[in-house]
Design a protein around this ligand. Sequence first.
Ligand code: AMP
Length: 369
Amino acid sequence: MNSIPPGSTIGILGGGQLGRMTALAAAAMGYRCHIFCPEKDAPASQVADATTLADYQDRDALVRFAGQVQVVTYEFENIPHAPVAELDRLVPVRPSPGVLQICQDRVREKEFLNGIGIPTAPWRRVIDAPTLDAALHEVGVPAVLKTARLGYDGKGQVTVRAGAQSAALWASFAPGMPPPAEAVLERFVQFERECSVIVARGLDGKHANYVTVENRHEHHILAQTIAPARIPFATARRAEGMARHIAEKLGVVGVLAVEMFVGQDGELMVNELAPRPHNSGHWTIDACITSQFEQVVRAICGLPLGNSRRHSDAIMDNLLGDAIERWPELLKDPDAKLHLYGKAEAKAGRKMGHVTRLIPRKDEIANEK
Ligand code: AMP
């Protein structure tokens, strides 16, 4: 296996907090990072060796970038696929552009998942008012209409209730979408909990997954992650098996986050995939032997994966918008691990940082007795 040794430079497409925390983990392992993003003074640029400030479509800038890095990864899915595929011809992009293409499009993603036997909420592809009308009949209400591409944190989605008129609904929804207008209508799931599993997969095909965690959202944005999820042992192991199966079938080299709904009877439905470190894995920095960020560095550089076992349970709270002003008070708790992302402006709902609190593992306490 050809590994990319410490001392090499990792290229990261995207300059947000996920890139920042990846660059910090990379630095700890002796790598340099070169960020490619259109924003000045991005959170990742602040801690990286170099930045190319350019648009993701800027072919010349991408070619120059490719000449300066030994491997490329991305820290968000909403990057145009074509330039990433071109980049991959010059330098390895991991996870591959094919993985990115599936995970950045809800139609492709759900087709892929159902095709490998993974359950999702019942859904239909929608491209105009008549297909929306047919989908409403087949899927039923309440339902959620979501743009196929470029949606995140609840943006580009609307809940559809009984009595909705498809023509009017489509006329108000479609203009917000980048062309070609394409969406999915999926049944509203009365879930018991929302969970996620993060799995790392190395260049050698080996896996290392984290324990299933529980996620609480506010206004569609992740507010809190509880590790491990408060669900039955068997359900959690099933969720982890599912995540490993998806990573294997996708051929991910890197980390993959699998978001799921857990029904009242323990039934699991996958909501979304993210082929990158995920907000619901930030707790791994403080509570696991190897964080999700270190795993992505190890995986894309062809190194053996680290142990993803947790030494502590954890609760991670996101600091959204003005909540960052609580930092002095948070620091008064000596057990709170505060992470701030270096963002200047605290817009409402913006992820400004997070705080992780460690809790001794209950099963280990039991073992000690
Ligand atoms: P998404 O952008 O698909 O991750 O959706 C953001 C959040 O909206 C999810 O984490 C859920 O809290 C909620 N949501 C999305 N789809 C559904 C659904 N089909 N049923 C119930 N809640 C949903």
